[in-house]
Design a protein around this ligand. Structure first.
Ligand SMILES: Cc1cc2nc3c(=O)[nH]c(=O)nc-3n(C[C@H](O)[C@H](O)[C@H](O)COP(=O)(O)OP(=O)(O)OC[C@H]3O[C@@H](n4cnc5c(N)ncnc54)[C@H](O)[C@@H]3O)c2cc1C
Length: 428
């Protein structure tokens, strides 16, 4: 069940196709649905890093192989075409025999003591109820858990990660832009053809060279808040399009507050126009660029976090924690609060069932970015690889608990693990 018109969450609504950019040659993840996403997307021509053979056999290919981004000439990761992914999600859901519901928002729960009997929904069909034996809350904001009275925490606005309005541009002279960029970044010029041909994603952590001119202009023009683009992801595609310009960061927004959401959407769009104007003026290659599209929803990084049976910690995610109730493994991949750890070494932590198991309510599991954990562990558990693993674990656990007629808290963990392994999930 989904409140908007397509499935996929941040992938399709915020245009984030970098599901697996964390993956290097030595990275260990749990496989499963994340692999299915990539495979299905590829089958539908819905990935954009189509490396061609010429590049793979060149110096660039060797460089990428050394970096751990190619194994036997095959890229370690796929970038999803986020528009095609709408169809990928539709197909996967239909193949799985799920009855989909779009344009349908969960607004409340029907409780019997500590058990959820059903969900109240609002849609064009009016106010309705869906009764359920088990409920999996994948809203990102723990909406269902909140309505069911599960204990949770939500930091004050000032301490929450920023929200983002993503956008894409067309009409970019890619060659000109990349020459400028590479010159500024002192990178090897041979990467220009590689980026042009591959539609590669580029990590622009030290991209300030690109932004300086924009921010300088803002200062001169007395624009109070500089466009806070200090860390940018972009994926380049051919035909002069730059996808998913992930650079507008709006701070102090509580995404469970409708006034804050409204403010951020409007401010985000305002900054998109401003940014494009500055790009046109200041950045070689963007002179004739035009806005192509703005993400259909704000990208949200942090809001409610449930208090779980277990609350994963910074220590756990940084020290390869092991748990008896593991439902999958997640690479040691952290990105938030000024900490960036890329999983180049093969280190990983196990994901405990306890973090998707809320306190108090018996037949509810909470997955995705709102799983239980301390502040810094969120830098790891918010990553799509972890969100997806918790979703698959929850699905299996819910089904197992129904089959065995136990509450979620008492589910037979070895049985859950066996089913997950049968689905190709690595849990150890
Ligand atoms: C700008 C940005 C860039 C990012 N880049 C990366 C990246 O490159 N790699 C990476 O791994 N992670 C990245 N992340 C983090 C990652 O994308 C998210 O943490 C993750 O996708 C969250 O997944 P989720 O399933 O918990 O929530 P979401 O993807 O937000 O999905 C929740 C879904 O539930 C729906 N929903 C919400 N409330 C209700 C309701 N009450 N009723 C019905 N439906 C509802 C929403 O519409 C949405 O479709 C990024 C995040 C942002 C915002």
């Amino acid at each position: 069940m989904e409140r908007y018109g397509c499935f996929g969450g941040v992938i399709t609504q915020t245009m984030i196709g970098t599901l697996s950019w964390y993956r290097y040659a030595k990275t260990i993840d749990c496989g499963g649905i994340i692999k299915e996403f990539e495979l299905k997307a590829k089958q539908l021509s819905g990935t954009i890093n189509t490396f061609n053979k010429e590049i793979i056999t060149t110096e660039i290919g060797r460089f990428l192989e050394n970096e751990g981004l190619l194994v036997d000439g095959v890229p370690t990761y796929e970038i999803l075409d986020t528009e095609t992914f709408k169809v990928v999600a539709d197909e996967l859901i239909q193949e799985a025999g799920v009855t989909p519901l779009l344009h349908c928002q969960a607004v409340d729960t029907i409780m019997d003591g500590n058990t959820i009997k059903g969900i109240i929904t609002e849609s064009k069909s009016g106010r309705q109820a869906i009764m359920a034996k088990r409920v999996i809350d994948a809203t990102g904001d723990a909406d269902i858990a909140y309505h069911a009275g599960v204990p949770y925490r939500n930091d004050e606005r000032e301490k929450l990660m920023a929200v983002t309005t993503n956008f894409s541009c067309s009409g970019v002279d890619l060659e000109k832009f990349l020459s400028y960029l590479l010159e500024k970044m002192h990178k090897k010029p041979q990467f220009i053809p590689y980026f042009q041909h591959s539609g590669e994603i580029f990590y622009m952590d030290d991209f300030t060279c690109f932004l300086e001119p924009i921010n300088r202009t803002n200062k001169r023009e007395n624009i109070p808040e500089k466009i806070p683009i200090n860390k940018i992801w972009m994926s380049y595609a051919n035909l002069g399009t730059i996808h998913s310009f992930n650079g507008i960061h709006i701070t102090k927004i509580d995404c469970t507050n409708v006034l804050d959401l409204t403010k951020a959407e409007i401010e985000g769009r305002r900054r998109v126009i401003k940014t494009i104007k500055s790009l046109r003026k200041k950045i070689p290659g963007f002179e004739k660029s035009r806005l192509k599209n703005i993400s259909s929803s704000l990208g949200i990084r942090e809001s409610r976090k449930i208090i779980g049976e277990y609350n994963i910690t910074e220590f756990d995610v940084k020290n390869q924690a092991r748990f008896e109730d593991s439902i999958g493994v997640c690479p040691e991949f952290l990105d938030a609060y000024g900490t960036v750890i890329m999983p180049t070494t093969g280190r990983y932590f196990q994901i405990p069932y306890g973090i998707i198991l809320p306190k108090k309510v018996e037949n509810l599991l909470v997955v995705g970015r709102s799983v239980a954990g301390d502040k810094l562990s969120h830098a790891a558990t918010r990553q799509m690889v972890c969100c997806i693993a918790t979703g698959q674990g929850a699905g299996i656990a819910a089904a197992t608990s129904i089959k065995e007629n136990t509450i979620c808290r008492a589910v037979n963990i070895p049985k859950v693990q066996e089913s997950l392994e049968n689905q190709g999930i690595r849990i150890n």
